[in-house]
Design a protein around this ligand. Structure first.
Ligand SMILES: *[C@@H]1O[C@H](CO)[C@@H](O)[C@H](O)[C@H]1NC(C)=O
Ligand SMILES: *[C@@H]1O[C@H](CO)[C@@H](O)[C@H](O)[C@H]1NC(C)=O
Length: 470
């Protein structure tokens, strides 16, 4: 028996997809780190944990820029975050940790190769390659466990907003529920194990349905490049396949991409979506006001903060106008010459905040089912709002929130200072600002008619939907 060498840590640390450092700090849910970091706990367990590394991890600043191939410092930060995740896991439930590891280790042979030693270390009895293989299984298993836990915690937090006292009891229940889930299928996975009787349409039916959609046919026919056409059809088809397998009774568990599929957003965006005029914006705002009033009545206790609210009472007339920006769809262009450093856009009373992922999810369904549960459904507006929403912090070290603009500001397209992208010409925050305070400034002189582009990664946490529970 020996410990897994900690060199695995550095192998993993350079895998870009595992290296997003979008973690949350503070709060019960905050301790549950982004799954891609935390799921490495199985490996991290191999090196001994100390209070010091945990303390360090807690003090580490978030690195929202997702620099992937950085240096030792990042490795260290990464490692300490893993340690923190592991500590959390161990403190919450050694059973959970064990289950994840057994699931991983048990998949190959009869005997579990990864084991938990009495001191809490994870040990292995096999050679290095075998360990790496095992660890990959363990990672997957751990990921699933963590996702469930995180999901539960989000729902619990949502339901008991101001009462954190009996967390431990709740945690116990979670474990039991989790084992139940395993028996009757995975609650959060609409994959292959979904009971066949719930399939409403066969894949052939879906094909037939899509072939009989004259609007879609026209869209596809207008694409001259067969590769692009096939890709587009493939995206729409795979979303349709996923959507029929989804159980609407479990709508409250739908994740970002599940909702994207359920509302047929790939299909919606295949068509050219309209540039909203004043009436259309007013309609969306009214839908939001109706929803916000309804949500206030729902499970709302005195003293509780609203779960969705307008960012400010300000108004702002930006020097930009919407247009159809070719392949990018809708976009914004300068309505006049704009000087470098000028304020071009800021959050206003049209900017709304959602403090809980589930409230945002409810709002999407509120739009989708605006004409009632039997339809007709408004997938177009729903997908627009889904697309226009992002996750960020609006206070330093504050919680993550979901933000959306119900005005032309939503049409701002993304630019990056990278090959294959158009260069950005506005950024959130002035040069030197540490935080994006929802004000956008020109980084260059911009001529009338030029498209306005912003690198979202400067403020939006593109991988943080999971941290919001969606
Ligand atoms: C937003 O764009 C519409 C055109 O689609 C325009 O009529 C309206 O004035 C614009 N609103 C603002 C605040 O710029
Ligand atoms: C913000 O104020 C403008 C002007 O009063 C109004 O037309 C708009 O509907 C408001 N936005 C929201 C979301 O209520």
């Amino acid at each position: 028996m020996r410990l897994i060498p900690s060199s695995f840590l550095s192998i993993l640390a350079v895998l870009p997809s595992l290296c997003q450092a979008n973690t949350v700090t503070g709060g019960l849910v905050g301790v549950v780190l982004a799954w891609n970091v935390a799921s490495n706990a199985a490996i991290a367990a191999a090196s001994t944990t100390s209070d010091e590394t945990v303390a360090k991890a807690t003090n580490t600043n978030d690195n929202d820029n997702e620099d992937e191939d950085d240096n030792d410092e990042n490795d260290e930060e990464y490692e300490s975050k893993i340690q923190q995740a592991l500590q959390y896991f161990k403190s919450k439930s050694s059973q959970l940790l064990k289950q994840a590891l057994q699931e991983g280790g048990g998949s190959i042979g009869e005997t579990s190769i990864l084991e938990i030693a009495p001191n809490g270390d994870i040990v292995s009895s096999t050679d290095v390659e075998e360990e790496l293989r095992q660890t990959e299984f363990a990672l997957t298993a751990m990921k699933q466990e963590l996702q469930r836990l995180q999901n539960r915690l989000k729902l619990d937090e949502y339901e008991n907003d101001d009462d954190d006292e009996d967390d431990d009891e709740e945690e116990e229940e979670e474990e039991e529920e989790d084992s139940d889930d395993d028996e009757d299928g995975d609650d959060y996975d609409y994959g292959d194990n979904f009971p066949p009787e719930n399939y409403r349409l066969s894949p052939e039916d879906i094909d037939a349905q899509l072939q009989n959609d004259p609007e879609l046919k026209a869209i596809l026919d207008s694409i001259t490049d067969p590769k692009v056409r096939n890709e587009k059809y493939g995206d729409i088809k795979s979303e349709a396949d996923m959507a029929v397998k989804m159980d609407i009774d479990k709508w409250h568990t739908f994740k970002y991409w599940e909702m994207h599929a359920y509302f047929s957003c790939a299909r919606q965006f295949a068509a050219s979506r309209p540039v909203y005029d004043t009436d259309m914006w007013n309609e969306v705002r009214q839908l939001w006001h109706d929803f916000a009033n309804e949500d206030k009545l729902d499970n709302f206790k005195p003293g509780m903060k609203e779960r969705t609210y307008q960012f400010s009472t300000d108004s702002f007339d930006p020097p930009m106008e919407p247009f159809h920006a070719g392949e990018k769809g809708r976009g914004l262009r300068a309505a006049r010459d704009i000087a470098k450093g000028e304020l071009v856009f800021k959050a206003t009373n049209n900017t709304v905040i959602f403090t809980h992922g589930h409230t945002w999810r409810k709002f999407l369904f509120h739009i989708y089912e605006r004409h009632g549960e039997d339809g007709p459904f408004d997938g177009g507006t729903t997908c627009d709002v889904l697309l226009w929403s992002w996750v960020q912090r609006i206070e330093k070290d504050g919680p993550l929130v979901i933000v959306a603009d119900f005005d032309n500001g939503s049409l701002l397209n993304e630019g990056r200072d990278e090959p294959g992208w158009d260069k950005p010409n506005v950024r959130c925050g002035k040069e030197g600002d540490e935080m994006c305070m929802m004000e956008y400034y020109a980084t260059d002189d911009i001529k009338t008619g030029e498209e306005i582009l912003c690198d979202y990664r400067g403020f939006a946490l593109l991988g943080a939907w999971r941290n919001m529970g969606v």
